[in-house]
Design a protein around this ligand. Structure first.
Ligand SMILES: [Zn+2]
Length: 122
């Protein structure tokens, strides 16, 4: 699951569709790549996990991922279901809620770039 967060940060759309049990839409890998690179990632916080050990074939991860998009800090909170297929964990589905906090245009961007919000991700 952490590897999927890293894949979003790095814009590795192919990895994201390969580790999703659902068949990808046309252009989905390319869209995920460009979106992942466009927003400003500011962290992954794993709140809890259930199962998911080497002895399990399924697991649940409750996490919050934060990113800057459209001048706001978005917190995506999700309880994701994972399944292990051929030794590799893949995403099944999840229940997500997002909240947005508007950022000041002259604040330092929470992505850690050192730029002001208005100069980052526009
Ligand atoms: Zn930024």
């Amino acid at each position: 699951m952490r590897s999927r967060y890293s894949a979003y940060v790095l814009g590795l759309g192919d990895y994201l569709v390969q580790t999703n049990t659902r068949a990808p839409r046309a252009q989905e890998a390319a869209e995920l790549s460009s979106w992942g690179k466009a927003v400003g990632w500011s962290g992954l916080e794993v709140r809890s996990t259930e199962r998911g050990s080497a002895a399990d074939s399924s697991g649940v991860v409750h996490f919050v991922a934060r990113f800057v998009e459209g001048g706001a800090l978005v917190s995506l909170q999700e309880r994701s279901q994972f399944t292990r297929v051929d030794g590799r964990w893949s995403y099944v589905d999840g229940e997500a809620t997002t909240s947005r906090v508007k950022l000041g245009r002259n604040e330092p961007c929470p992505c850690g770039s050192g730029k002001k919000v208005k100069q980052c991700h526009s």
